[in-house]
Design a protein around this ligand. Structure first.
Ligand code: HEC
Ligand code: HEC
Ligand code: HEC
Ligand code: HEC
Ligand code: HEC
Length: 218
């Protein structure tokens, strides 16, 4: 009776012992990359809007402050989207015949808000609050990216729980003086981390309770 397994089977078997776990690890890693890919998280995707509003033109170009349109961001949980009236303070005079702005004029005439499509949208069971972040020195750009350079608004971060917690565990590296929150050009200096630690104290930030489940799930 001949051999069932040729001598080369040994080599094949050894190779399989080594390669199978590697292949499994590789598959797990790909699955991980997939979960965090922009395709799944929705980051960097640009939703179509009823009017192609450009932060690049209005913020960088015309120098309008964020608070002119997102008036509640320092005082309430919700940052607020601008009312049609806010647009019309300028657009009843500027570009008041432009076809691109017809939905704005239509909304004004009908007294119905423009149905902006939400870019950042947490599930309903997560509690978020703008005022606290803004008042404790977390800049808009940290969570929303370079909004002032966006011709159309996109979501810059995954908004996954892990993303929130990565900062909540140790916010120091992400903090800036409160008066720089709206400054889209701000960069931490060479002593950034030391300044962050100092700001933690000055703003009474207590990292030890920032990972409590009930903070965000109430
Ligand atoms: C002239 C008015 C105006 C100004 C000034 C303005 N925005 Fe906006 N912003 C809007 C409008 C209109 C929308 C809704 C359409 C869109 O998403 O692009 C919006 C949407 C956003 C969104 C996405 C909201 C969502 O659905 O998740 C963010 C984030 C944002 N703005 C941040 C900023 C920041 C930061 C600044 C200052 C650097 C700023 N905006 C200045 C009008 C303005
Ligand atoms: C402070 C004045 C001002 C306000 C407030 C304002 N705009 Fe404008 N907007 C302008 C000017 C000026 C231009 C022309 C910009 C250019 O061509 O550089 C413009 C241009 C536009 C355009 C043409 C495309 C572009 O970006 O050039 C759209 C669309 C537009 N605005 C939408 C809006 C909407 C929607 C709002 C309200 C959320 C709004 N604007 C609020 C001044 C304003
Ligand atoms: C700590 C991260 C963080 C910071 C800092 C932050 N935002 Fe937001 N922003 C979010 C999240 C998360 C959402 C989605 C909230 C939701 O779906 O309930 C959001 C939503 C928004 C919206 C849509 C309306 C709303 O409140 O849901 C606007 C407009 C906005 N942000 C503007 C700003 C501006 C302007 C600043 C700076 C003054 C800022 N944000 C700072 C995380 C942040
Ligand atoms: C870049 C840093 C950073 C990110 C990202 C961040 N936070 Fe925070 N968050 C803070 C800081 C700083 C505080 C203030 C903590 C304190 O005062 O002790 C805070 C406080 C809070 C509070 C407490 C509000 C209150 O009423 O006491 C909630 C809720 C919260 N964050 C939710 C979230 C959620 C949800 C996300 C993700 C979608 C998030 N945060 C992302 C830095 C961050
Ligand atoms: C800083 C805010 C924050 C804290 C603290 C937090 N979460 Fe979350 N959690 C979120 C956000 C944002 C989401 C929605 C995004 C996502 O699914 O990652 C979420 C989603 C979840 C989900 C649904 C996940 C899914 O895959 O559908 C569960 C379950 C959950 N959290 C449990 C917890 C538990 C348990 C704790 C305490 C150990 C906790 N969370 C603390 C922000 C937070």
């Amino acid at each position: 009776m001949g051999q069932i397994f040729p001598p080369s089977a040994n080599t094949l078997f050894r190779a399989a012992v080594v390669l199978t776990p590697l292949a499994l690890l590789g598959a797990a890693y790909l699955a991980y990359l997939w979960t965090w890919s922009d395709f799944v998280t929705g980051a960097n995707r640009i939703p179509a809007q009823p009017v192609p509003f450009s932060h690049k033109h209005h913020v960088s170009g015309l120098g309008i402050d964020c608070r002119y349109c997102h008036a509640a961001v320092e005082k309430s949980a919700f940052a607020d989207l601008p009312s049609t009236h806010t647009c019309m303070t300028c657009h009843s005079q500027i570009w008041n015949q432009a076809a691109i702005l017809e939905p704005v004029r239509e909304s004004f005439r009908a007294d119905k808000p423009i149905p902006w499509v939400r870019v950042n949208d947490l599930p309903g069971y997560v509690y978020f609050n703008h005022a606290i972040h803004v008042n404790k020195g977390v800049g808009c750009a940290v969570c929303h990216g370079p909004v002032d350079r966006m011709p159309m608004t996109w979501k810059s971060r995954s908004l996954y729980m892990k993303w929130c917690l990565d900062c909540h565990r140790d916010p120091a590296p992400f903090l800036r003086p409160r008066e720089e929150v709206f400054n889209m050009e701000w960069k931490p200096g060479a002593d950034g981390l030391a300044q962050g630690r100092e700001l933690m104290q000055r703003y009474h930030i207590h990292a030890e309770r920032m990972t409590d489940c009930t903070l965000c799930h109430r």
